[in-house]
Design a protein around this ligand. Structure first.
Ligand code: NAD
Length: 320
């Protein structure tokens, strides 16, 4: 019987889809940190459903009948895509299943930074009622948001920013002009000029060799000292040392960060000492609803691959 291997557990909505099929076997990796266990179990797996566990060339080469690697998300920097390609094994992602959820998280950061939600909460609890007169909060109305990466999540953020009557521009040389027009978003051709004029920068590109460190010292120096950065993409897209320096020296105003170069973020990381940063533990897509949606799509992708009817829209394209 075809075997579906689950490396990082699964939500009930995904398990239900798999469990309805009496003609497949479901197997779990017990230790999600053990590369040896993965290699032993992948040998006869027809599909693997993967969270954040690294899928290396060694494990891919060990697979004998693998028909798909199904990622329960849209980022796939933990998977050796080149090794999969050599074996002609498709990698699937969950399409738009998490776009609105991640966009809400980015927007939550933006609102909290603009309205200084944490500072007002602290002041109220401390009995500092006069903090209301500090006027440290600002409107989103009329502010400029620059999106780097105008794919599924970038577009979902743009739609929300438009509802808040912000001016939205995006930098994504790979997206056709017609898409910018459809979303009424200004296309930025020169990243440095976009950086110099934005009030909020939100990053939505995948982590690839081409995007690693794309926001570094020079880019941060070009930004307004009143600007905020939001990152729900991947640690490594923004150069963390340069970001730390920019936040410490007032080159920018603050940041909302969900993703980090090293995760979990080490307890003694210098970013954690900064008052002008809001954090979350790589949880932008992890709402109750979205976790179910992602695993339902990921489970369906496993079955579709086994049945030989994989939806091409779910497959990471060759240039991806
Ligand atoms: P997507 O593929 O739909 O969009 C990515 C966009 O980035 C594409 O339009 C692409 O053209 C653009 N891009 C690539 N390289 C670029 C470059 N050098 N400069 C400018 N644009 C570039 O992906 P998505 O669904 O919008 O997700 C984006 C990323 O968000 C994912 O790759 C993932 O790493 C991250 N993500 C994080 C979480 C989280 O929990 N924090 C959840 C989901 C996704």
């Amino acid at each position: 019987m075809p075997k579906v291997l689950l490396t990082d557990g699964i939500q009930p909505a995904g398990l239900d889809i798999l469990a309805q099929r009496s003609d497949i076997v479901i197997e779990y990796c017990r230790d999600r940190t053990s590369a040896e266990e993965l290699i032993n179990r992948i040998v006869d797996a027809d599909a693997i459903l993967v969270g954040t566990m690294p899928i290396t060339q060694r494990s891919i080469d060990a697979a004998r009948v693998l028909k798909v690697v199904s990622r329960r998300g849209v980022g796939y920097d933990n998977i050796d895509l080149a090794a999969l390609r050599r074996r002609k094994i498709p990698l699937t992602i969950v399409g738009t299943a998490n776009s609105s959820t991640v966009a809400e998280h980015a927007f939550g950061f933006m609102l909290a930074l603009a309205r200084k939600t944490i500072a007002y909460d602290r002041a109220t609890r401390a009995g500092n009622w006069r903090f209301r007169e500090s006027l440290v909060a600002m409107d989103l109305l009329g502010k400029t948001m620059l999106l780097i990466g105008f794919g599924r999540i970038g577009r979902a953020v743009a739609a929300r920013a438009a509802a808040f009557e912000m001016r939205v521009v995006a930098y994504d040389p790979l997206v056709p002009e017609s898409v910018f027009e459809e979303f009424r978003v200004g296309a930025i051709k020169d990243l440095m000029s976009g950086l110099a004029t934005c009030d909020f920068l939100s990053v939505h590109v995948p982590l690839t060799p081409g995007t690693t460190g794309m926001i570094g010292r020079k880019e941060l120096a070009a930004m307004k000292s009143t600007a905020y950065i939001i990152s729900t993409a991947r640690g490594g897209v923004i150069d963390e040392e340069a970001l730390l320096n920019a936040l410490q020296t007032g080159l920018i105003q603050g940041a909302g960060l969900d993703v980090f170069r090293e995760e979990p973020l080490p307890a003694d990381h210098p970013l954690l000492g900064l008052e002008n940063v809001i954090f979350s533990p790589h949880s932008a897509s992890l709402t109750r609803e979205c976790a179910q949606r992602m695993d339902a799509v990921a489970a369906r992708n496993c079955l579709d691959a086994i049945d030989g009817k994989l939806d091409p829209a779910m497959i990471v394209p060759n240039e991806g």
